[in-house]
Design a protein around this ligand. Structure first.
Ligand code: FAI
Length: 515
C-alpha cells in the first residue's frame, strides 16, 4: 500500500506547511478544512477543499465540516474486505490513507483566568476526535498523526516506502487514543467542576509525563514524574532546574513537601526537609536570617537535606548554604552572585520556582493516595487559622510573643507526619517529633531534641491530647504555651496540668493529621 490521499485539519498549525508541501511533492493529494486549507493555499501547497469531497458546505461556524460519510467511509473501509471495496466503488467514495488532526485548544482555553463557559464549550472539538478515532481504529491501513513531533518520522517512512510501517501505525493509533482520552478527561473534569460535582461517579484524570526517573523510592522500583495539565505556576512540576543532577523520586517528594511548608509564610521563610518532614523552619527579616534559623534548628539533620526559601537567594545566603552538603535548594530565584557560589558545588540541585504565591495555600485541590486496588481522594489541607479564632482554655492567656510562636508552630505542625509535636521559640523550630505511634512519644522526641531550648518554647500538637501525660512532660521541660485542636474527653486533665504550671493553652478546633 502507499499513501495517496491525506486529510489535514489542524488547530495548531506549527510545521504543517512544510509537512504538507513535502507530502504533496511525493504525490500525496491533500484534502483540508477552512483555515488549514487557506494557509496551505497561501503557501502554495496544492489542496482540495473538504466540501469538494463531501459535496456539502462547511456549516455552523465549523461545527459541521468533516462529519460526513464521504470522510468516514474513506477512513474506516477495510481495504482487503471485498464488500467494503465494492460499497466504496458503488458509492463513488475515495480512500483516505493519512489523517493529520490536532484538536481545538480546549486546555489552553480553560487555562485562561476568566474563561467564559460558552468559550470553553465552543472549544470542544467534535469532528477532529471523530476522524482521529476512525483512522486509529483502522490503523491496519490508515496512518494518523495527532502530534507535530511525529511529522518527520512519517515523512521519512513515506519517502522510503510510500507508506508508514504497521509498527508505526500501531504506535500512532495508541497515541491517538491516549490523546482523545486525555482531551475528554479534561472536558469532563471541567464540566464536573462547573456543575459543582468534583467527585463524580467516574473519575477520569489525566497527567502528562515530565520525565522518566532513574528509579523510584528504591533502585528496584520503576518510576516517572507526571504533571497535571493545568498545574499552578508555583509548583514543583513547573519549577526550572538551574543546576545539578536529574531529580530523583525521593528528591521530588521531599522538595514538594518543603515547597508546601514554605508557601505557608508571607514573611521571609526557609524550610529544611528530610524524608518528607521539616527538620528546621525559620522566619526572619531577611532570607539570610530565616535560613540561619532553619539551620540552627537542627544542624545535624539538615545535612543532605532539601531547603526551600520563599525569597530570592542572595550571595550571603548562598555562602552559608554552601557550607554544608544539601541535595536541593528551591527558591523563587537566585541572584547571579548566589548562582556563582552555589554552582561551584557539583552535587547540589538548584530549582527556580518563580514567585511563590502564599495566598494560593487557601485554594484547596484534590489530592490522591493510591491504595492496593484503588485510590482515595480528598481535598488538600489548606486550612489556616487567625489569632482571633483561637480559644484560650487556661487561666493564663498567651503573651503576644507566645501567640506569634504558637501560630508559627501551628503552621509547621500541619506538615509534620502524625503523630506530630513541634516545639518553637524565637521564630524557629527547636524540636520536631514526627510520625510516632503515640503522642507522648512524639513529644519526648521533640523535647529531647530541643534540650535547653525547650525552656520558654511553645508546643504545637497536630491533634488533641488523649490524656494529661504530654502536658505533664511539656511542663517539666519548661514549655510555656501550647496550641492544639482540643476535643478530647480528657481535655480537662490537660487544662488542669497547664493551669498548675502556669502554661497558656489555646484550642484551634481544627485537626491537622498528615499520613
Ligand atoms: N466539525 C467538524 O466537522 C470538524 N472537522 C475538523 N474540525 C477541527 O477543525 C480544526 C481545524 O479547522 P481549520 O482547518 O478551519 O483551521 C481542527 O482542530 C479539527 O479538529 C472540526 N471541528 C470541530 O468539531
Amino acid at each position: 500500500m502507499s499513501i495517496k490521499r491525506a486529510l489535514v485539519s489542524v488547530s495548531d498549525k506549527t510545521g504543517i506547511v512544510d509537512f504538507c508541501r513535502e507530502l504533496s511533492q511525493m504525490g500525496v493529494e491533500i484534502i483540508s478544512t477552512g483555515g488549514t486549507s487557506s494557509l496551505l493555499s497561501k503557501e502554495g501547497v496544492p489542496v482540495i477543499g473538504i466540501s469538494d469531497v463531501t459535496g456539502f458546505p462547511e456549516i455552523m461556524d465549523g461545527r459541521v465540516k468533516t462529519l460526513h460519510p464521504a470522510v468516514h467511509s474513506g477512513l474506516l473501509a477495510v481495504r482487503d474486505n471485498e464488500e467494503h471495496t465494492r460499497q466504496m466503488e458503488e458509492l463513488g467514495l475515495g480512500y483516505i490513507d493519512l489523517v493529520v488532526v490536532n484538536l481545538y485548544p480546549f486546555q489552553e482555553t480553560i487555562a485562561k483566568p476568566d474563561v467564559a463557559y460558552e468559550d470553553a464549550i465552543e472549544n470542544i472539538d467534535i469532528g477532529g476526535p471523530t476522524m482521529l478515532r476512525s483512522a486509529a481504529k483502522n490503523h491496519a491501513f490508515v496512518s494518523v498523526v495527532v502530534d507535530a513531533s511525529d511529522y518527520s518520522q512519517v515523512l521519512e517512512e513515506v519517502r522510503n516506502d510510500g507508506d508508514t510501517t504497521l509498527e508505526t501505525r500501531k504506535r500512532l493509533a495508541a497515541k491517538v487514543f491516549r490523546h482523545t482520552a486525555a482531551y475528554d478527561a479534561l472536558i469532563s473534569d471541567y464540566l464536573s467542576n462547573v456543575n459543582g460535582d468534583p467527585l463524580p461517579e467516574r473519575l477520569t484524570v489525566t497527567y502528562e509525563k515530565l520525565q522518566d526517573l532513574r528509579y523510584g523510592e528504591n533502585p528496584h522500583q520503576q518510576a516517572a514524574f507526571y504533571r497535571k495539565p493545568l498545574a499552578a505556576q508555583d509548583t514543583l512540576t513547573t519549577a526550572e532546574q538551574l543546576h545539578g543532577k536529574e531529580l530523583s523520586y525521593n528528591n521530588i517528594n521531599d522538595a514538594n513537601a518543603a515547597l508546601q511548608i514554605v508557601k505557608e509564610f508571607e514573611e521571609p521563610a526557609v524550610v529544611a526537609v528530610k524524608h518528607m518532614n521539616p527538620c528546621g523552619v525559620g522566619i526572619g527579616a531577611s532570607i539570610y536570617e530565616a535560613y540561619s534559623k532553619a539551620y540552627a534548628a537542627d544542624p545535624t539533620s539538615i545535612f543532605g537535606g532539601i531547603v526551600a526559601a520563599n525569597r530570592i537567594i542572595d550571595s550571603d545566603t548562598a555562602g552559608k548554604l554552601s557550607e554544608i552538603f544539601l541535595e536541593i535548594v528551591l527558591a523563587p530565584d537566585f541572584t547571579q552572585e548566589a548562582l556563582d557560589i552555589l554552582t561551584k558545588k557539583k552535587n547540589i540541585r538548584l530549582l527556580k520556582t518563580g514567585e511563590l504565591n502564599a495566598a494560593r495555600k487557601r485554594e484547596s485541590q484534590f489530592v490522591v493516595t493510591s491504595i492496593d486496588g484503588g485510590m482515595i481522594v480528598q481535598q488538600s489541607d489548606v486550612h489556616s487559622i487567625e489569632a482571633s479564632e483561637l480559644n484560650v482554655v487556661t487561666d493564663r492567656a498567651p503573651s503576644e510573643e507566645e501567640l506569634k510562636q504558637l501560630l508559627f508552630g501551628w503552621k509547621v505542625v500541619k506538615h509534620v507526619k502524625s503523630n506530630a509535636i513541634v516545639l518553637a521559640a524565637n521564630d524557629m523550630t527547636v524540636g520536631v517529633g514526627a510520625g510516632q505511634m503515640n503522642r507522648v512519644g512524639a513529644a519526648k522526641i521533640a523535647i529531647e531534641q530541643a534540650g535547653e531550648q525547650a525552656k520558654g518554647a511553645i508546643l504545637a500538637s497536630d491533634a488533641f491530647f488523649p490524656m494529661g501525660d504530654t502536658l505533664e512532660l511539656a511542663a517539666k521541660a519548661g514549655i510555656t504555651a501550647v496550641i492544639q485542636p482540643g476535643g478530647s474527653i480528657k481535655d480537662e486533665e490537660s487544662i488542669k496540668v497547664a493551669n498548675e504550671y502556669g502554661i497558656a493553652m489555646v484550642f484551634t478546633g481544627v485537626r491537622h493529621f498528615k499520613h
